[in-house]
Design a protein around this ligand. Structure first.
Ligand SMILES: O=C(O)c1cc(=O)[nH]c(=O)n1[C@@H]1O[C@H](COP(=O)(O)O)[C@@H](O)[C@H]1O
Length: 239
């Protein structure tokens, strides 16, 4: 089974033993993994070292959201770990994202490594219309996702994290080169869990997503390797 760079498997587990079991089991069928808060806060940078040794690409998803200086200093350290992609929250604002982009570029140049891609989280895929209106922003949810995508592009981000339901609109306003990463992917019949704005892998790709982030439908499956196989087949049918 060949791998597909468009699939990013979210390693939302909290020890190295489980990581190694999953990565060994999935073998060559998966080349790109996401390390998020649960795993990074539990085991630290050893998981990045391990995945690099396995020649895997890594999306280090720590969703930084703070004042520009703090985010910049945090990213300067993270840039040294060797992840393929890092992220911040777009709602941290234009100045914060500009600082983030500048710091990552400067640090990568300084230590002579490939610059990690830097993307911005728009509105979390777990959020539905009711929850959104309780936050009392002026724009409606999808308008806000598009607005934050444009702001991220203006700040020099390489792309955004958004739901597959907004991907087509983002592509229309930000163009094909702007990376769209979509979690909230559920193959038909899968448990929805805490996600809200979801789509199938096929629909997400049709809408213009470059990368699909998929966690529990694979990691909690009785047979994760078979789950990947089924998802890759569906993705290829869309190619
Ligand atoms: O930045 C992310 O990766 C992210 C953003 C978002 O809006 N929604 C979202 O679900 N994610 C992450 O994507 C993964 C989705 O996992 P599953 O719901 O298990 O497929 C989780 O690791 C989330 O942290």
């Amino acid at each position: 089974m060949s791998c597909d760079q468009r699939l990013i498997v979210a390693l939302d587990v909290h020890n190295m033993e489980t990581v190694q079991q999953l990565v060994e089991q999935l073998g060559d069928s998966v080349s790109y993994y996401k390390v998020g808060m649960e795993l990074f806060y539990s085991v630290g940078s050893q998981v990045i070292t391990y995945l690099r040794q396995q020649n895997k690409d890594i999306f280090l998803d720590l969703k930084l959201h703070d004042i520009p200086n703090t985010v910049g200093q945090g990213l300067a350290t993270l840039t040294q770990l060797g992840a393929t992609m890092l992220n911040v929250h777009a709602s941290g604002g234009l100045a914060m994202m500009q600082t983030a982009a500048r710091v990552v570029k400067n640090k990568a140049d300084e230590i002579q490594v490939q610059r990690p891609k830097l993307i911005a989280v728009t509105v979390l895929t777990s959020m539905n219309a009711d929850e959104w209106s309780a936050l009392r922003y002026n724009a409606d949810l999808s308008q806000q996702v598009i607005h934050l995508s444009q702001l991220a592009q203006k700040a020099g981000m390489d792309g955004v994290v958004a739901s597959p339901q907004e991907a087509a609109q983002i592509q229309a306003v930000c163009g094909n080169e702007f990376i769209i990463v979509t979690p909230g992917i559920r193959p038909s019949g899968a448990t929805i869990d805490d996600q809200s704005r979801i789509a199938t892998p096929a629909r997400a790709l049709k809408n213009g997503a470059h990368h699909l982030v998929i966690g529990r439908p694979i990691t909690a499956a009785a047979n994760p390797k078979q789950a990947v196989k089924d998802i890759l087949r569906e993705m290829r049918e869309q190619a």
